[in-house]
Design a protein. Sequence first.
Length: 515
Amino acid sequence: MIRSELVAPVSELLERQAGRFPDKVAYRDANRAITYGELERDTRHLAMWLRKLSGGAQPVVAVWLPNSVDWIVATLAAVRAGGIAVPIGAACTASEAGYRIGDAQCGIVVTRADRCELLDEIERNGTGPVRRILTDPPEGSDEEDFAALGASPAEGVDLPPEDIDAVSYIIYTSGTTGLPKGVLISTRAILWTTASCWWPTLRIDENDRMLSPLPLFHSYALTLPVLAVLATGAEAYLMERFSTKGAIELLKSGEFTLMPGVPTMFHYLMQAAGDEKDLFKGMRHCISAGAILSGTLTNDFEKRFGVQLLDGYGITEMSTMVTMNWPGTARVPGSCGLPLLGLALRIIDPATGKDVPFGEEGELICRGPNLMIGYNRKPEATEAVLRDGWYHTGDLARSDRNGFITITGRVKEIIIRGGQNIAPAEVEETVTELDEVLDCAIVGIADEGLGEVPVAFIVPQPGKTVEEEAVKAHCAAHLSAYKVPAKVELVEEIPRTGSGKIMRFKLREMLEGEA
């Protein structure tokens, strides 16, 4: 069942919830909360100012803020103004932020005062100038005051009707293999994910309180703790950043009913919780996406805490979600679930384009109402992945006869050792079964004789020792010989994107730098 009324302009959703729940808290962070009534008013006023500061033209607004209520207001206001919101990670460097601001051709940036020096550097490097709106302007500052703009309307400004099929967001990909690409996404595409995934599977409604540690500049967060919360009238607490200690303290309150995360977050919470079994008391569901969730972690988590950890597969170009596991017991271990309602999926041989038989590995391609419009100012890159209406994900997968999809790796991440294909995810799951291993990444390294060999980068459990021979012996007992890592490297952490994807190129560069 798809609830079509959840797919509507942002202004309509804001007005709807303000009418239903004017005094109900919509979003909270560690510093403040905002009700639906206040959210509707503040976003309307700020939208008018964004339009005025843009000279009546469509505003393209960079939102360079940490997770916060201010982030929510700025992003929704940009869309409400008939403009485009361009979320930028709070920790981005001048180079990273400058690339995004320039590529998206932003005319306005909403940020904090401590980013002004970086903005000066960006402008010196040839991007901009951009109009600045500060959430914490210093006394006597000439920059626009975010709170003041939200407090009162701009005179003589009318907001245009929202086109939910136009570009509303430019979400930058993780950039695991090169420069990030700006994914052009409409409001309809984002909210289709709410209507076809989050509501049918989670039954999210106004009674839910969500704890979200997700970085808001990623599409996963935009679809669930931001727009799904707005569309259903729920409430979200936004952690500024994930920390195991901080999440545990919040969870102990018992007030939250839903928690989205990426696999590493749930893994670290399990490690830190010790013998605590009631940590997720009152929680209806935990949700994992952004990276492959192992069947072992799912089983251990659910057994320990008594709450289902529902895994899904998502990708920014499809407005995040493509498949999802539904609540209940009919799940396939290690599978990311069934296709969303209204989506079409195929698994093909990348070389021939023909569908592979059930159970065989191939590239996952998909199409549906949540498909991106394209990549910003990159027509060739768009044409490379959008063919005859199908998005070619670059992800390897297999399907059983019941339609359950299992992601096995990336086409470009496959390690070819002497002609044999190795999926890093399979080896990673095997290595992390060892009690002394906290985290692991498998990377292909060039080899003169075999072409490539797998190397295991391992983060040991605190206070424990990882022995290379023990790792190899464990892998040899569970995997074919050609999949056993040729070498083990101990590291302090596995570099990951905000959505949990392993940045294998950084590990490869680390090893090559030692050579």
